[in-house]
Design a protein around this ligand. Structure first.
Ligand code: CTP
Length: 397
C-alpha cells in the first residue's frame, strides 16, 4: 500500500501518455497522493483537465507561472514528494535528464529534486536501441535513477520490439517495491537466472532448457521483502521482474563479468543454468558445408564456475546460495556439490523428465545447508521463491 505517499508524476509527451491516466487512478486507489506535471508535448496527448480530474489535484504545467511560484516554488514542488515518477519517459526527456538541462518545468523539477526518481521509458524500438538513448540510460542509471521497463511488444507505430511502456500493474509493483519496508530493506542481493547461450558461429549456439522461471520468482520475492536486487539473466523465456536492476547477458563469460561488476552483495543466489562448456573453436563467420559430407568438429573449453568463484572469492557475500539440477540421488549429489563449490546452501531439485519441473510451474526442492537436508513439499515456483526469500532474510538478520 502507498498510504500517505506523495508521488510527483511527470507525464512526458509520447503516445503512451494516456496510460498515465490509468496509473494515477491505481496509485490513488492504493492511498497515494498524486501531483501531476505535464510537459508541453504531453498536452498534445492528454488534456490538463483529464489529468487533473484523475489525479484529484492541480496540474503543474508552466515554469513561469507566477501564481504557483507564490504558492509553491518549483524547488519546493520538486521536494514535496516521496518519489518522482516519470511516465512515460520519452527519448527526448531522457536525453534532457541525462544532460542536466532545465528548460521546462519537468526538467527543472528533475534537476532540483532531492527525492528518488523512477522513470518508465516508452518510445519507438529504433529510438530505444539507438546508442545515444542507451548512453543516456547508462548515465541515468549511474545517477541512481530507477528504470522500469520498457517491455517487448507491438508498438503504436506498427513496429515490434523493446520500447513499449511497462504494463500498469508492473509499474505499480515497482513503485510498491520502492517503498517496501521488508526485512531485506537496505540489503543488496545478486541473483543469476536463465540459461546461457554459447555461440558456435554468428547464427548458431548451444543452449539448455532453463526457462528462467525459478530465478525470476526468487528475484521478485527478494524484491518484495525490500531487497535491492541485481538480476543477471541469460536469454530466458519469462520476462524479468519489475523493480530490480536487470543485466542481460548471453554467455557464461558475460555472466561472470556481470556478476563481478555487481559485487559486493549481502547475498548471492545463483539460479542460472550456466553452460559448463563453451565452443573453443567458435567461428567468427557462418560455418558452411564444404561438400565433403564431413561434419565440423567442435572443440570445447570449460566455462568459469561462477558459483565457485563467488563462494571462494575475496568479496564473498555473507550468504551464497547455489542451485543443483539432479536426476538421481538428489540429496547425495547436492550435498557433495555444496562442499565442492564452497557455497552455504544448495537448492536441489529433481529434474527427471517425469517430474515436469524443468519448464513447469511447480518445484519440489531439497534445501541443503550445513545442518543437513530439508525436503520441501511440491509448491508453485512463486511459493518456493517466497519461502527461500524468507529464509534468506532470517539468515541475514
Ligand atoms: N554454476 C555457475 N557457473 C557454472 C556452472 C554452474 O555459477 N559455470 C552454478 C549454477 O548457477 C548453479 C550451480 O552452479 O547454482 C549448479 O552447479 P553445476 O556444477 O553446474 O551443477 P549441475 O548443473 O546441477 O550439474 P552437474 O553436477 O552435472 O555439473
Amino acid at each position: 500500500m502507498l498510504t500517505d505517499k506523495t508521488i510527483l508524476l511527470i507525464i512526458g509527451g509520447g503516445i503512451a501518455a494516456f496510460r498515465s491516466l490509468e496509473l494515477m487512478r491505481r496509485l490513488r486507489e492504493r492511498g497515494a497522493r498524486v501531483t501531476p506535471v505535464l510537459t508541453p508535448a504531453a498536452e498534445q496527448f492528454v488534456t490538463p483537465l483529464s489529468v487533473s480530474a484523475l489525479a484529484a489535484s492541480k496540474v503543474y504545467r508552466d515554469l513561469f507561472d507566477l501564481t504557483d511560484e507564490a504558492e509553491m516554488g518549483h524547488i519546493e514542488l520538486s521536494r514535496a514528494s516521496d518519489l518522482v515518477l516519470v511516465c512515460p519517459a520519452t527519448a527526448n526527456l531522457m536525453a534532457r535528464m541525462a544532460q542536466g538541462q532545465a528548460d521546462d518545468l519537468a526538467t527543472t523539477l528533475l534537476l532540483a529534486t532531492d527525492t528518488p526518481v523512477m522513470i518508465v521509458p516508452a518510445m519507438n524500438v529504433r529510438m530505444w536501441e539507438h546508442p545515444a538513448t542507451q548512453r543516456n540510460l547508462a548515465t541515468l542509471r549511474g545517477d541512481g535513477i530507477k528504470v522500469v521497463g520498457p517491455v517487448d511488444g507491438a508498438m503504436a507505430c506498427g513496429e515490434f520490439g523493446p520500447g513499449r511502456l511497462s504494463e500498469v500493474p508492473d509499474i505499480l509493483a515497482a513503485v510498491e517495491a520502492h517503498f517496501a519496508d521488508g526485512p531485506l530493506k537496505g540489503r543488496h542481493i545478486l541473483v543469476t537466472s536463465g540459461p546461457t547461450h554459447e555461440p558456435i558461429d554468428p547464427v548458431r549456439y548451444i543452449a539448455n532448457r532453463s526457462s528462467g522461471a525459478q530465478g525470476t520468482a526468487v528475484a521478485a520475492a527478494l524484491r518484495d521483502l525490500g531487497a535491492r536486487v541485481t538480476f543477471v539473466t541469460g536469454p530466458a523465456e519469462v520476462p524479468p521482474p519489475e523493480g530490480v536492476e536487470v543485466v542481460a547477458v548471453e554467455t557464461a563469460g558475460q555472466m561472470r563479468d556481470a556478476v563481478e561488476a555487481a559485487l559486493p552483495a549481502d547475498a548471492a543466489v545463483m539460479a542460472a543454468a550456466v553452460a559448463d562448456w563453451r565452443v573453443a573453436n567458435a567461428s567468427g563467420s557462418k560455418m558452411k558445408k564444404d561438400g565433403s559430407g564431413n561434419a565440423p568438429a567442435l572443440e570445447f573449453a570449460e566455462n568459469p564456475d561462477i558459483l565457485a568463484m563467488v563462494s571462494q572469492g575475496d568479496r564473498r557475500p555473507h550468504l551464497v546460495v547455489g542451485f543443483a539440477a539432479e536426476t538421481d540421488d538428489v540429496t547425495a549429489h547436492a550435498t557433495a556439490k555444496r562442499a565442492r563449490k564452497g557455497c552455504d546452501w544448495i537448492v536441489a531439485n529433481d529434474v527427471s523428465p517425469d517430474t515436469g519441473i524443468m519448464g513447469g510451474q511447480e518445484n519440489a526442492v531439497t534445501l541443503i545447508t550445513a545442518e543437513g537436508a530439508e525436503d520441501w513439499p511440491r509448491l508453485s515456483k512463486a511459493e518456493t521463491a517466497r519461502r527461500l526469500a524468507e529464509r534468506i532474510a532470517e539468515a541475514l538478520a
